[in-house]
Structure formats: C-alpha cells, structure tokens
Design a protein around this ligand. Structure first.
Ligand code: SAH
Length: 272
C-alpha cells in the first residue's frame, strides 16, 4: 500500500498503512535466534568484523544476535573503576572480581545454568585451545557468553566461583579478548543453519574430517606459466575427489604432524 492512498484516508489510516513497511525495515528478531553476549571494556568494537559478509548478513536477517555488555558500566566511583593492582605486586592491573561478577550476572539474565546449552567463557591465553570442535559445540548451544579480559587479566576468584571455562585463540598474547571473541564467534556463527549458503561447502573444508583442505584453483586456466592441474578440468568427479584427498593428506602430513597422527589413529580404529 502506498503512502498516497493512506494520506487520502486521514491520520489514523496513515499510520496503519505505514506500519507494515516500517516493520520490514527493522531487523527481524527471531525468538530462538542464537545469541552471543560479550562482556567487554570496548563494546563499540562489536559486532566489528562480524557485521560484514556472511556473518553480517546473518545478523541482519536475525539468524543470530550480538549483545556487547559494557564492563565499565559496572565500575565503581566517579571514574567507574574496574581494576586494581595485582596482589603480591608486579606490573599491570587486574580486573576486579566483584565488578566482573556484576557484569556477568547482567549478561546471564534469563540464561540457563546448563553450560552445555550456554557456555560461559573467559578468553585467555591459558585456556584450552579453541578448535573447530569448539565452534561446533558452541553452535549447537542456544548462545554463549564471552568475557574479554584486558590488562593482566581477571581476578581468579570470579573464574573459580562461576566455573568459567577458559578458552584460548592460540599460543600468543593479545592485548585484550575482543579479537579472540570475534574470531571464535565468526567460526561458530558460520556453522549455524542457513548462515553459509551452500552447506556442503562446510563438509569439505579444513578440519571437518581431520585434514587440511586441498588447494583451490579458478580461471584463468593458465597464469604466469602455471596451469590448473589437469585432473581438475577433466570433469571426472571420482578422480577429482581422489586427487583432493591425496593433496589433503600430503599437506596435513607435511604441515601438521599432530593432526596427521590423530587422523591415522582414527582411520586405524575405524578399520578394525
Ligand atoms: N597476563 C596474561 C595475559 C593478559 S592479555 C597472561 O600472561 O596469561 C589481556 C587479555 O587479553 C586477557 O585477559 C585475555 O582476555 C586476552 N587474551 C590475550 N591473549 C589471548 C589469547 N591467546 N586467547 C584468548 N584471549 C587472549
């Protein structure tokens, strides 16, 4: 219905006819949408890179939700202090347990205590490594709450009190948990139903079967004297699949002896 037809019927009718189109412009919020709640001193950096491309489209479509909770809002005094000097001395500052607790309590409102359904995580270089299996586990939950540290980290007591799981992005030290949170959310959100258009592409990629992915090629067929491997243009799907598996195995063996050993152990046990 156009605005014009509404106008000719007076005020009440205008708002009635405008309503549906106004609603269409809002982000549709699906009742059961997967949800990320992030406790951070930098809420303005969310959704950040997750607002782009496939994860961004999915966010706009209401397939998942992202709520950044400002830790500073729970701070104390005029300056909303959230940290203090480390007990026992040493450099840097530590986020206070009582302040973090308030932010966590706010983040967890309406959330189940069942951690399988809603993981509660502190991003930390001391945590268990985040892996594709972690992304899979989180994507099957209803949502996650992620606590981003800053400075030297968080008072241990709040982690112990709430049995907060520690997860690491890798063996390096970032200045804060925000980049780790976005990386982990990206890996998780793309596994949610309908986020990645072609779901079969998820089956072939690195780690899905314990192997790194085979190399990709596209046009032009010849570039700087380098040709696309013949088998890929042969049209023989069986040979293509066999070639990709050989490549995946060779790459994994050369680059990731840890994955290769696990893959062989799994293959061995599934054959007996
Ligand atoms: N003193 C700490 C490092 C603090 S870095 C230590 O040596 O373990 C500040 C914050 O950045 C941490 O609280 C954590 O939330 C985040 N961070 C740093 N490196 C990370 C990593 N590899 N994975 C996940 N989070 C990380």
């Amino acid at each position: 219905m156009s605005d014009e037809s509404g106008r000719s019927h007076g005020r009440l009718k205008i708002s009635a006819s405008r309503r549906p189109s106004a609603l269409m412009q809002e982000t549709p919020v699906l009742h059961d949408a997967w949800e990320a709640r992030i406790v951070t001193l930098f809420p303005e950096v969310f959704p950040g890179v997750l607002g782009a491309s496939l994860t961004g489209r999915a966010l706009k479509d209401g397939l998942w939700r992202c709520e950044a909770i400002d830790l500073r809002a729970f701070g104390e005094g005029r300056h909303r202090n959230v940290d203090d000097t480390p007990a026992g001395g040493g450099a840097g500052m530590v986020l206070r347990a009582d302040i973090v607790e308030r932010a966590i309590a706010h983040a967890q409102r309406g959330v189940t205590f069942e951690r399988a359904e809603w993981p509660l995580v502190y991003l930390s270089p001391r945590g268990r490594p985040f892996e594709q299996a972690t992304a899979r586990r989180w994507s099957r939950a209803r949502g996650v709450t992620l606590l981003c540290g800053r400075f030297e980290g968080v008072d241990q007591r709040v982690l112990d009190e709430y049995a907060i799981e520690e997860v690491s992005l890798g063996d390096f030290v970032l200045t804060g948990g925000e980049i780790a949170a976005q990386a982990m959310l990206d890996a998780t959100v793309r596994l949610l139903p309908n986020v990645v258009g072609n779901a079969t592409s998820l089956d072939d990629e690195s780690f899905s079967d314990g192997l790194l992915e085979a190399p990709h090629y596209t046009r032009p067929a010849s570039w700087k004297g380098r040709d696309i491997p013949d088998v890929l243009t042969s049209g023989d799907h069986g040979r293509v699949a066999a070639w990709r598996r050989e490549q995946a195995e060779a790459l994994t063996q050369a680059r990731r002896p840890d994955l290769w050993a696990a893959y062989q152990a799994k293959k061995g046990s599934s054959q007996t």
